[in-house]
Ligand binder design. Structure first.
Ligand SMILES: *[C@@H]1O[C@H](CO)[C@@H](O)[C@H](O)[C@H]1NC(C)=O
Ligand SMILES: *[C@@H]1O[C@H](CO)[C@@H](O)[C@H](O)[C@H]1NC(C)=O
Ligand SMILES: *[C@@H]1O[C@H](CO)[C@@H](O)[C@H](O)[C@H]1NC(C)=O
Length: 318
């Protein structure tokens, strides 16, 4: 009798799970960008767009008619992604340019060439990122995650800002993460020289993204250039390549994890949605406004980090 009952409840659980699976899956898939906005005549630059959600974002914007520049370290991988997108969308306006965000010189060279070749920039998506890599330095001696995820994009944005302003209305999108909630800016050890833990350094760099978004939004008030940050969700991507534990759990829980296409939806939403035209300094997830941890709302920390970043990069930002 007991065995029969147990069997019965197992059967009910199994039937229910199977029946509910599509709904559970849809819940974890998050929002979908519903905007039908066209981007003909607009130029978009996406860093790290040779793979993952960057590539999905590039594909979507190309389909909407935008001229899309894929900026990445490895030109042959970038070209492979670009030719696939060109073939699928029928757009000839998908280009690849070399950019290594772990190298000041590469960033400056990239920006210099970009300003020569392009006379417009309407959408900048700071998407490239490294996560939980072993302790290492950028060419300029910055801790890799802080250097690439934060400082490299800071410099890139700085160098392209005049063009964005001239092209206004324009949008900057910073791909951050839920990880910012666990981050803390260690002003006494920004480069993690005294102690390094890959996950914490990642969260610090993602908190920096959120803080910068807010500080920059303030500075851009009235320019019709908006800047917002995005949490794409937990996405199957090459980002976990440095952590075998994370790669394994990604595989086990893959049912609950977004595909790159799903992960790209909030990026796309922030890049195209008409109702966001004047929205700036906000954080989005699943195509809706999202919670920002208190440390991501601290104006003083934002200002201080801004000044330290300018000093580290030797740039004047006024
Ligand atoms: C995010 O936003 C600001 C302003 O655009 C930029 O300086 C900062 O480095 C960006 N970081 C990233 C990758 O999100
Ligand atoms: C954004 O602001 C401009 C200028 O003030 C205005 O013309 C436009 O209608 C606004 N857009 C939205 C979606 O609110
Ligand atoms: C690049 O990095 C070095 C750190 O080695 C820094 O001193 C320099 O001013 C940086 N900035 C630029 C824009 O080159």
């Amino acid at each position: 009798m007991l065995i029969l009952m147990t069997f019965g409840s197992i059967a009910i659980v199994v039937v229910l799970s199977v029946a509910l699976a599509p709904y559970i899956r849809r819940y974890f898939a998050g929002g979908v960008c519903k905007s039908a906005a066209r981007l003909d005549g607009k130029t978009a630059l996406i860093t790290g767009a040779n793979t993952g959600i960057g590539k999905e974002t590039a594909r979507d914007l190309a389909r909407r008619g935008a001229r899309v520049i894929i900026a990445c370290r490895d030109l042959s991988k970038g070209e492979a992604a670009a030719s696939q997108i060109r073939a699928e969308t029928g757009s000839e306006q998908v280009l690849v340019r070399r950019l290594d965000l772990a190298d000041n010189r590469s960033i400056k060279q990239f920006a210099e060439d970009f300003l020569k070749e392009e006379n417009r920039l309407h959408i900048l998506i700071n998407n490239a990122g490294v996560m939980m890599c072993p302790y290492s330095h950028t060419v300029d001696g910055f801790e890799m995650q802080f250097g690439v995820n934060h400082l490299g994009h800071f410099l890139l944005t700085h160098l392209l800002l005049d063009l964005l302003k001239q092209s206004a209305p324009a949008r900057i999108i910073n791909v951050s993460s839920l990880g910012h909630n666990f981050g803390r800016i260690k002003f006494d050890d920004l480069q993690s020289e005294r102690s390094y833990e890959g996950g914490l350094a990642y969260c610090q760099s993602k908190l920096a993204n959120v803080l910068f978004t807010r500080e920059l939004a303030k500075r851009l008030a009235g320019t019709r250039v908006t800047v917002n940050s995005v949490h794409p969700g937990t996405v199957k991507s090459e980002l976990v390549r440095h952590s075998s534990l994370m790669a394994l759990s990604w595989r086990i829980f893959s049912f609950f994890i977004k595909t790159p296409w799903e992960g790209a939806q909030t990026n796309i939403f922030c890049a195209v949605a008409e109702e966001l035209e004047n929205v700036s300094g906000k954080h989005f997830s699943d195509c809706s406004p999202a919670f920002v941890a208190p440390q991501g709302r601290n104006e003083e920390t934002a200002k201080r980090l801004w000044d330290v970043s300018c000093t580290l990069l030797g740039v004047q930002w006024d």
